[in-house]
Design a protein around this ligand. Structure first.
Ligand SMILES: [Zn+2]
Length: 236
């Protein structure tokens, strides 16, 4: 699914979890509408919304006049209390938005900080990345070791397919096999399976280095993060 951005929106500090109003103009017919956007989706309270987030329909707006479908991407907290998983979708200037978000923790109550310590807290840049994180958790895997596994498999892929311009690499489990779906700039899609035992090997290799710290901040665990971990290893 393409993630067309129709507008930018950042909820104010005190209304972070309250719905926000946003104006939208239909890209096809120009009809103006005001949307009420929820700042938080809690799939423990509303399990049906998990599938909507996964298939992207949660972010879809259909123009009541002409039927044009538009994707509305905005800062959203995905909260799965049962899995102790909190993922913040920050589509615009993700790094900046993330530091601001984490800085707000100064105002958190003791109880909120305590809860955060036992949660997996992540930030993502796109709807696809949000879906990927949810799927990784559903597979019972740790996204940090998945990210490191991705780095190995992706490097191998690039060796075998030189010149391929890659725009996105996403973890998937297909027919009980773990692997990567790799999207090229020309719109091609590749499936590369994880070698047998790779994930477990990565866990034992990196367990010590990425030990679960009981931090309370949202973290961006992506290719940039795994590159940092891997370059530190080469240095030591
Ligand atoms: Zn329209």
């Amino acid at each position: 699914m393409s993630e067309k951005k129709d507008f930018n929106l950042t909820p104010g500090e005190n209304e972070q979890y309250k719905p926000v109003k946003a104006d939208i103009t239909c890209a096809k017919c120009g009809r103006k509408d005001t949307l009420t956007l929820r700042a938080c989706v809690n799939v423990s309270l509303h399990p049906e919304e998990k599938q909507q987030v996964l298939d992207g329909s949660f972010f879809q707006y259909t123009c009541p006049d002409c039927g044009e479908k538009m994707t509305v991407v905005y800062p959203l907290l995905y909260d799965d209390m049962a899995k102790a998983l909190m993922i913040y979708l920050l589509p615009d200037q993700t790094e900046d938005a993330l530091s601001k978000l984490n800085a707000q923790q100064k105002t958190w109550s003791e109880d909120m900080l305590k809860a955060a310590k036992v949660c997996t807290m992540r930030a993502v840049r796109s709807i696809n990345e949000l879906a990927e994180k949810i799927k990784i958790a559903d597979c019972g895997l740790d996204d940090r070791f998945v990210e490191l596994s991705k780095a190995f498999v992706f490097a191998q892929f690039l060796k075998q397919s030189p010149g391929t311009e890659v725009v996105q690499v996403l973890f998937e489990r297909q027919e009980e096999k773990d692997g990567l779906v790799i999207f090229s700039k020309e719109g091609k899609k590749f499936w590369v399976e994880f070698p047998e035992g790779l994930y477990d090997e990565v866990v034992s290799m990196f367990e010590e280095r990425v030990k679960k710290e009981s931090g309370t901040e949202y973290e961006l665990i992506d290719a940039g993060w795994s590159m940092k971990i891997l370059s530190n290893i080469n240095k030591s």
